[in-house]
Design a protein around this ligand. Structure first.
Ligand code: ADP
Ligand code: MG
Length: 252
């Protein structure tokens, strides 16, 4: 079997990386796929939003990346039908610990190789282009770039693509950019469309369809410890993630 490893990356915070990983993961699981989500942000928002309190965890992704613990000893099953390699605040130290290590770019790739049976592994990257994001891109087969179309954040995309090019050159020749995923999309404003078209043309990036509409329901899901696919089953945002999951499977 093939395992598709997607890094959901954008060094800008608040663009819906974590929401995308949780919702897309749940959507792929609904479609019968076996899914592993990896929380790579020391803030542990993904872990929390899947109903797990990071403070209750003795073992987390930090132990896998810096102490060589077998990931299968750390992975948890969640109520959303996906497995999770959780994070805690300890991950903040991993960045510094790894900085002096040989082979640090390969720690996430190695961890994924130590798992088996997953159709999809989704990597929730932190809001920076540091060691963890580079290691995530080194482990990935594809990159998905969530983009909030309201703000003009072109420069951020350029820097991310520069990092992708470096990763291709040095550590992961086969890395492919799958495209930008418009999030918090307000189709009623022509502004959103214009921003999206400009970015996709400027950087020659595919746009993944459909865009994820803006919905207040997304803000409510994390507190319930479930993704929006479970808390608001028929919500338009939930349906959009199901359609994106179908599109990604067709591309894979
Ligand atoms: P990131 O991981 O990129 O920092 P998050 O996934 O944490 O971003 O999302 C940032 C905030 O935006 C959260 O409060 C989340 O609930 C909200 N959000 C995400 N997607 C949507 C959406 N489609 N509509 C409205 N709010 C959203
Ligand atoms: Mg996040």
């Amino acid at each position: 079997m093939t395992t598709h490893v997607l890094a959901v990356a954008n060094q800008k915070g608040g663009v819906a990386k974590t929401t995308t990983v949780a919702s897309l993961g749940a959507a792929l699981a609904e479609q019968g796929q076996k899914v592993l989500l990896v929380d790579l942000d020391p803030q542990a928002c993904l872990t929390f939003s899947l109903g797990i309190d990071p403070e209750d965890l003795e073992l987390s992704v930090h132990h896998v990346l810096t102490k060589g613990l077998d990931p299968t000893e750390v992975i948890i099953e969640t109520d959303d039908g996906v497995d999770l390699l959780p994070a805690t605040i300890e991950l903040a130290r991993a960045e510094a610990d790894l900085l002096t290590r040989t082979g640090r770019e390969y720690v996430i790739r190695g961890a994924i190789e130590d798992t088996s049976g997953y159709d999809w592994v989704l990597l929730d990257c932190p809001p920076s282009l540091g060691v963890l994001t580079v290691a995530a891109l080194t482990a990935a087969t594809g990159v998905l770039i969530p983009l909030q179309c309201e703000t003009l954040s072109h420069r951020g995309v350029g820097q991310l693509l520069d990092t992708v090019h470096d990763v291709r050159r040095f550590t992961n020749r086969d890395l492919e950019v799958w495209g930008v995923l418009p999030t918090m999309f307000d189709g009623r404003t022509t502004h959103s469309r214009t921003v999206l078209e400009t970015i996709s043309e400027t950087y020659d990036l595919a746009v993944i369809e459909p865009p994820i509409p803006k919905s207040i329901r997304f803000a409510e899901a994390p507190a319930a410890g479930r993704s929006i696919l479970k808390t608001s089953r028929s919500n338009k945002g939930a349906q959009a993630y199901r359609d994106v999951a179908t599109a990604l499977r067709a591309r894979a």
